[in-house]
Design a protein around this ligand. Structure first.
Ligand code: GAR
Length: 214
């Protein structure tokens, strides 16, 4: 059984998508061990509580400096025994020592088709504002393994979403979540839980599993 640590910062709809997918069997062989938020007010923490999942807030403000915060985060991850760290709307930059510790065992959801609208300055609603400003007709979401860069790791799954003429950033964000993020994030976790994908030379490939899981 793959143990998950889910890192969140806000509303937690991607966390909810994972909880729901485990409940209805779209994800099997995986279990959320802990939810960790950097933000004490994140609604995601309420979602964890409602689902009876252990949760913790590890807030940078409570530590003397960034280094201490990073140490506390790494310690919490290690104590949870997580096999896979899932960044589900996590707005904290994960430091290199944690990325290295969880190489090919940490995934992130990003609300665009990488390599468009990604990198250091692109997160949350801003991604959709930029997509609309550029006038793209198609956008989407990407799940990828996390490496030392920002949104540069091996791509696991992507799903395209149509941009409509009268979209606002909020409307587009919601459509990308519903049609793409909440679909591909649970799917990626299920594939990893069954050993059905592998990162090789910076690319993700599908592999045959013993139980024939697809
Ligand atoms: C989601 O759209 C997620 O893709 C995005 O933040 C939102 C969090 O929503 N993540 C990033 O932009 C990371 N670069 P949620 O808290 O409701 O899951």
């Amino acid at each position: 059984m793959l143990k998950l640590a889910v890192l969140v910062s806000g509303g937690g709809t991607n966390l909810q998508a994972i909880i729901d997918a485990i409940a209805d069997g779209r994800i099997t062989n995986a279990k959320i061990e802990i939810v960790i938020s950097n933000n004490p007010h994140a609604y995601a923490l309420k979602r964890a509580e409602k689902a009876g999942i252990s949760f913790r807030c590890i807030c940078p403000r409570d530590y003397a400096d960034r280094e201490d915060f990073h140490e506390a985060l790494l310690l919490a991850l290690e104590q949870s025994g997580a096999d896979l760290v899932v960044l589900a709307g996590c707005m904290v930059v994960i430091p290199e020592q944690i990325v290295r510790r969880y190489e090919n065992r940490m995934i992130n959801i990003h609300p665009s088709l990488i390599p468009s609208f990604c990198g250091k300055d692109y997160y949350g609603l801003r991604v959709h504002e930029e997509a609309l400003a550029r006038g793209v007709k198609v956008t989407g979401a990407t799940v990828h393994f996390v490496d030392a860069g920002t949104d540069t790791g091996p791509i696991i799954l992507q799903k395209a979403v149509k941009v409509e003429e009268d979209d606002t950033p909020e409307v587009l964000q919601r459509r990308v979540m519903e049609e793409a993020e909440w679909v591909i994030m649970p799917r990626a976790i299920d594939l990893i839980a069954h050993g059905a994908i592998q990162a090789v030379d910076g690319k993700v490939i599908r592999v045959k599993t013993e139980d024939g899981h697809r």
